[in-house]
Write a protein that binds this ligand. Structure first.
Ligand SMILES: *[C@@H]1O[C@H](CO)[C@@H](O)[C@H](O)[C@H]1NC(C)=O
Ligand SMILES: *[C@@H]1O[C@H](CO)[C@@H](O)[C@H](O)[C@H]1NC(C)=O
Ligand SMILES: *[C@@H]1O[C@H](CO)[C@@H](O)[C@H](O)[C@H]1NC(C)=O
Length: 429
């Protein structure tokens, strides 16, 4: 069943000239074995006729609404794409909404369409997608390849990720972990990083809703990370976020520090420059992920939020799962990181924090937090509809967490900080 609506204010002719001139709702109808032979579908089919141009005046005979025909189909579950009318002249003027759940109608009634109207096979063959994207509303259950999630509304919540085909999620070097600052080991080889093109304002190719997070995919072979005790040069591929709920300051980071969970965490994911992604996933240091905690900025010392405003403005365009939009605004990674200290960090070997949890990651968790406006932070759960998108803490097992000298020093109370800097630099000589 197609419910056809014309953009308000346009004539039908005008609507055919616009990509979204029409909104068509498509509902599948399932012919059921049983069901009552009464109600709106009974009345509708009782009045079908084979005479072209015949009109049944529903108003005269009681009787039913569009809502009655749709019944209890879940209207929050639907697919969306841009297409055409399915009959000549096939104007490419339709924003399509295809609802996932069918309307259940007894087969005795669906049968009447072909027998009483005497038209059969009244459907156009499927057309080529030609690179168009089909997106799904957040409520739409995902197919088996994406059957994992963070909550209890899917086949595999985090406690069952290890059951997914080819999963490594029950390995011994998993992430995230709790960083216990009392047992981290200072490591002099953890020096400064070199961030190449982190200041490039055109580095982001597009921003996407992955169904689990918001991800910014970078242009190929542009942004790089090296130094910082890494033994290779890494090409930065994407960055994405983890968060809690719409309540400001609700916990949502993946890593915790002394069991403290921060409101958000940003992961900048890079792969070893000379490896393919497949090769990198099979190598213990194939990937380098930089993790930054994000906290609400204090009103007393506001920082520049321009880049975060630009980024979050794209969220309204990626509400649906698997939708993506090109990033045209000038936003560099440096703009997003702000003034955060990048010389104090923790280092350990771990895994990706999403299935299949491959143990291929050199983790860097920065000690200082990025400060973001609280209202902008709540836009992550608000626009995607995803809440608490973080994996539970994994056991450290035999691993050691290392730290830069400066990280172990700065963890002292702020008032003592100037003193300690002197102490630390003295100590290092
Ligand atoms: C369609 O109807 C059949 C027969 O009543 C039922 O077994 C089946 O589950 C229905 N399919 C859907 C997708 O609702
Ligand atoms: C319409 O259907 C009726 C009943 O099946 C039949 O008698 C009639 O000839 C049909 N009319 C046309 C125009 O096909
Ligand atoms: C309304 O439609 C039903 C089903 O076709 C029919 O039996 C009934 O006579 C109609 N009532 C009126 C008032 O036309």
């Amino acid at each position: 069943m197609h419910i056809v609506s014309v953009k308000k204010g346009l004539s039908v002719d005008e609507a055919t000239t616009q990509a979204d001139g029409f909104a068509v709702f498509g509902f599948f109808i399932n012919a059921t074995e049983d069901g009552v032979l009464s109600g709106p579908w009974y009345t509708l089919t009782a009045n079908l006729t084979n005479i072209t141009g015949s009109v049944f005046d529903f108003e005269q005979n009681n009787t039913f609404s569009i809502d009655d025909l749709i019944g209890n189909v879940d209207r929050t579950r639907f697919y969306r794409y841009y297409g055409s009318l399915t009959t000549p002249n096939c104007s490419e003027a339709v924003v399509w909404t295809i609802f996932q759940e069918p309307i259940q109608v007894p087969k005795e009634l669906t049968h009447l369409f072909s027998t009483k109207v005497e038209l059969i096979n009244t459907y156009r063959p499927t057309e080529d997608l030609n690179g168009r994207q089909v997106t799904a509303s957040p409520a739409t259950p995902l197919p088996p390849a994406h059957s994992w999630c963070y909550n209890y509304h899917c086949d595999h919540d985090p406690s069952q990720w290890f059951l997914l085909p080819e999963s490594h999620c029950d390995g011994k070097s998993q992430s995230p972990i709790n960083i216990n600052t009392r047992s981290v080991m200072p490591d002099n080889s953890l020096n400064s990083f070199t961030f190449t093109n982190f200041d490039n304002k055109q580095a982001i190719k597009y921003i996407a809703n992955t169904g689990h997070s918001v991800e910014c995919v970078l242009k190929d072979d542009l942004v790089e990370v090296s130094g910082g005790g890494l033994k290779h040069i890494y090409s930065t591929v994407q960055f994405h976020f983890h968060w809690g709920t719409e309540v400001q300051n609700s916990p949502g980071s993946e890593h915790t520090v002394d069991s403290n969970r921060y409101p958000m965490e940003m992961h900048i994911v890079s792969k070893r420059k000379n490896l393919t992604l497949d090769e990198a996933l099979k190598t213990s240091d194939g990937l380098a992920v930089l993790g930054f905690f994000i906290e609400t900025q204090p009103t007393s010392s506001p920082s520049d939020q321009t880049a975060w405003k630009k980024l979050t403005q794209y969220f309204s365009a990626i509400r649906n799962i698997r939708s993506q939009v090109e990033v045209k605004e000038d936003i560099s990674i440096n703009d997003l990181l702000g003034k955060v200290n990048r010389n104090s960090y923790y280092r350990y070997s771990g895994s990706l924090t999403t299935p299949l949890c491959k143990e291929a990651v050199v983790w860097t968790i920065f000690q200082e937090t990025i400060k973001v406006d609280g209202n902008l932070m709540t836009m992550f759960p608000k626009y995607t509809g995803f809440h608490n998108v973080y994996r539970p803490i994994q056991p450290l097992n035999a691993r050691t967490v290392y730290t830069t000298r400066s990280a172990s020093c700065i963890s002292a109370p702020v008032l003592l900080y100037p003193l300690l800097v002197c102490f630390c630099s003295y100590n290092e000589q």
